[in-house]
Design a protein around this ligand. Structure first.
Ligand SMILES: NC(=O)c1ccc[n+]([C@@H]2O[C@H](COP(=O)([O-])OP(=O)(O)OC[C@H]3O[C@@H](n4cnc5c(N)ncnc54)[C@H](OP(=O)(O)O)[C@@H]3O)[C@@H](O)[C@H]2O)c1
Length: 339
């Protein structure tokens, strides 16, 4: 039996294109002592993977070259185990990479209870992106009722949760997104008070009209011009959570630095967010968000592709900003189990 994996066909330059990736086959790996084999059901595609491929995500990492497989979180089912703590049939989330099957020793691996929430959500609103939003709204900004939170990339798993967690605290949420279609989902399905399409003419006027009193908090997923524009609606003494740099992941050389007169004039507090600092908050986050998903208070959109062969094209779509919700590749059925 074969394992299909995706590797880089060449080094990346700029926005990834499907031709940057190719599928290779290899024999299904056999778990050694203390290992287990996971059949991947969902592959998570996340913007940080673009920086990781370029060796920019963490210090000391090399860029990926031809033949290297991108790392990524996957959600799957244990199909063979030689590990005392993991049994066949159990669902797990681990860093399985862009492939159909992966081995784990249990390191950076969590068991997932499918009764608590749909399996795919453990990579999205109930996974790392959701925890990022929790860190922003609950831990760093401490949002409370009577406040207004503005968030960019509002339909993604981070942005959509930023707004929804703020609303669960009694605050108002206003989104920024890249199309009227996305904005309609953000307001009608997710319940944000307003959403402004930044690709429309007159974006700044529309943003000011959506926030006549201004925003107390801006959660920034984009950087660059978007961050500068958000200062025009930030209240004096407002807070900016610096979370992501979508505008520069594909090509940092194109990015313009922020004019520091903007935070000075707004007497703004700016806080950088790194989600791994909030691992200790994961149990509280998971309990609250899984309950919210079950009772319908937390909603989410997913942008799915089918089959490992689509991973490169789907990643390219994400890095062009065309995804409508959490970017996932479906690699196999949720049930049936054996390799
Ligand atoms: N700091 C941390 O620890 C941490 C952890 C997780 C995620 N993040 C960051 O949070 C942000 C959102 O992550 P996510 O997983 O929820 O992603 P996402 O929102 O599903 O996808 C990224 C979105 O960025 C928007 N975008 C804006 N400008 C863009 C540009 N120039 N090129 C491409 N896309 C652009 C697009 O939406 P629109 O069309 O609506 O603009 C796109 O759909 C990312 O910046 C990510 O790196 C940070």
């Amino acid at each position: 039996m074969l394992n299909h994996k995706v590797v880089l066909a060449r080094s990346l330059a700029g926005v990834p294109v499907p031709e940057d990736f190719r599928v290779v086959d290899e024999p299904l790996p056999e778990p050694g002592d203390g290992q287990f084999l996971v059949r991947h059901i969902y592959l998570s595609l996340d913007p940080y993977q673009r920086s990781a491929m370029a060796g920019r995500h963490m210090t000391g990492r090399q860029p990926l070259g031809p033949g290297d497989m991108p790392a990524a979180e996957t959600l799957g089912q244990v199909v063979r185990s030689r590990h005392p703590d993991y049994a066949e049939g159990q669902y797990v989330r681990h860093f399985g990479g862009w492939q159909e099957y992966g081995l784990s020793t249990g390191e950076r691996t969590e068991r997932v209870d499918p009764a608590l929430a749909p399996l795919s959500t453990w990579l999205g609103v109930l996974g790392m992106p959701g925890l990022t939003a929790w860190a922003s709204i609950i831990e760093l900004a401490g949002v409370h009722a009577d406040q207004t939170v503005l968030v960019s990339a509002a339909l993604g798993p981070v942005g959509s949760m930023v707004g929804q967690l703020a609303m669960l605290r009694g605050a108002e949420a206003v989104g920024i997104a890249g199309s009227d279609e996305k904005c309609a989902i953000v307001t009608r399905e997710l319940g944000f008070r307003a959403c402004v399409n930044y690709r429309q003419k007159g974006f700044l006027e529309a943003l000011r009209a959506a926030l006549p009193e201004g925003a107390d908090i801006y959660h920034d997923n984009v950087g660059g011009q978007m961050l500068a524009d958000a200062f025009s609606v930030l209240k004096i003494n407002g807070t900016v959570i610096l979370c992501g740099l979508m505008e520069r992941y594909n090509d940092p050389a194109k990015s313009k630095p922020l004019d520091l007169a903007l935070p000075i004039l707004k007497r703004a507090v700016m806080k950088g967010l790194v989600v791994s600092d909030f691992e200790h908050r994961r149990p509280a986050f998971e309990a609250a968000v899984a309950a919210g998903i079950r009772d319908g208070r937390i909603r989410y959109r997913e942008d799915r592709a089918e089959g490992i062969g689509q991973a490169g094209a789907h990643f390219s779509r994400l890095m062009r900003g065309e995804n409508v919700g959490k970017a996932l590749v479906v690699l196999g059925p949720e049930t049936t189990g054996r390799a």
